[in-house]
Design a protein around this ligand. Structure first.
Ligand SMILES: Nc1ncnc2c1ncn2[C@@H]1O[C@H](COP(=O)(O)OP(=O)(O)OP(=O)(O)O)[C@@H](O)[C@H]1O
Ligand SMILES: [Mg+2]
Length: 239
């Protein structure tokens, strides 16, 4: 589902003529199968978010190739990436990135609008999803009228709206209390078992790592050897 081959990444900072190169990722080879939940751990600055941003297409690797869902994404144009993301990727972030002037319903509805889904279908699917994340009663509320945990649920509902086969999450429970964290982890497990959704989760949290089939560690931009898979990998219908 996700294949990274010999990925190197460096950032260049500073003014022209005084550029400084910061090498961040070194010779990363990583394969994630469909239906796997993989946790990425490592110290602050080890390159975790950079690795996820490469999988998301928000940055391009300095060298190496990336395949997602069987497609070579490394050289896609911005427009091709945008379409690819809409069809294949869901995102969960520590900050919720909701649009403040839109209600919970409207925020969750956005991907369906982008996809051109009709009004009545949208209403049905948004309410089902808000219900699934336990926030249907707050559909008409604006983000400013919701707690952190409730905003996170809206953000999660939005990211799952198009049923993405791959979800990329950067510390998704980082700002949640333990109750909300437990519920989000239960939802992740459920989606993984029910729909075969593949997850890559960056985390500092052992609770989060415990839902993973496999934990990989980044150290100073190098991938350390993976721990053996837990529970095996199930086969799922292709999306
Ligand atoms: N846009 C950028 N320009 C320059 N350097 C960057 C940029 N983004 C990240 N870096 C550097 O790359 C290194 C890895 O950063 P990254 O955000 O991937 O770490 P991380 O493992 O996610 O850390 P954390 O756990 O603190 O989120 C850091 O040294 C960081 O300063
Ligand atoms: Mg990070």
């Amino acid at each position: 589902m996700i294949e990274m081959n010999q990925i190197n990444h460096q950032f260049t900072i500073g003014k022209k003529g005084k550029e400084r190169v910061i090498p961040v990722l070194h010779n990363i080879d990583l394969q994630v199968k469909q239906g796997e939940i993989v946790a990425i751990v490592g110290r602050s600055g080890s390159g975790k978010s950079t690795l996820l941003n490469l999988m998301s297409g928000y940055i391009r690797p300095t060298s190496g190739t990336i395949h997602l869902a069987g497609q070579a994404v490394t050289n896609m144009s911005e427009g091709e990436w945008a379409n690819f993301r809409l069809a294949h990727l869901g995102f969960m972030f520590q900050s919720f990135q909701l649009i403040q002037s839109m209600t919970a319903f409207e925020n969750a509805e956005l991907p369906l609008v982008l996809k051109g889904v009709g009004v009545s279908q949208r209403k049905k699917r948004v309410m089902e999803m808000l219900d699934q994340v336990g926030i249907a009663d707050y559909a008409g509320h604006y983000p400013g009228e919701l707690s952190g945990g409730q905003q996170q649920r809206v953000s999660v509902a939005r990211s799952l709206m198009l049923n993405p086969p791959i979800v990329l999450a950067d510390e998704p429970t980082g700002s949640l209390d333990s109750d909300n964290e437990r519920q989000l982890l239960a939802l992740i497990r459920h989606l993984n078992q029910d729909r075969g959704t593949t997850f890559v989760l960056i985390t500092h949290d052992e609770q989060v790592a415990s839902v993973a089939n496999r934990t990989i560690t980044l150290k100073d931009g190098h991938l350390l050897t993976a721990a053996p898979a837990k529970g095996g990998i199930h086969s799922y219908e292709a999306h």
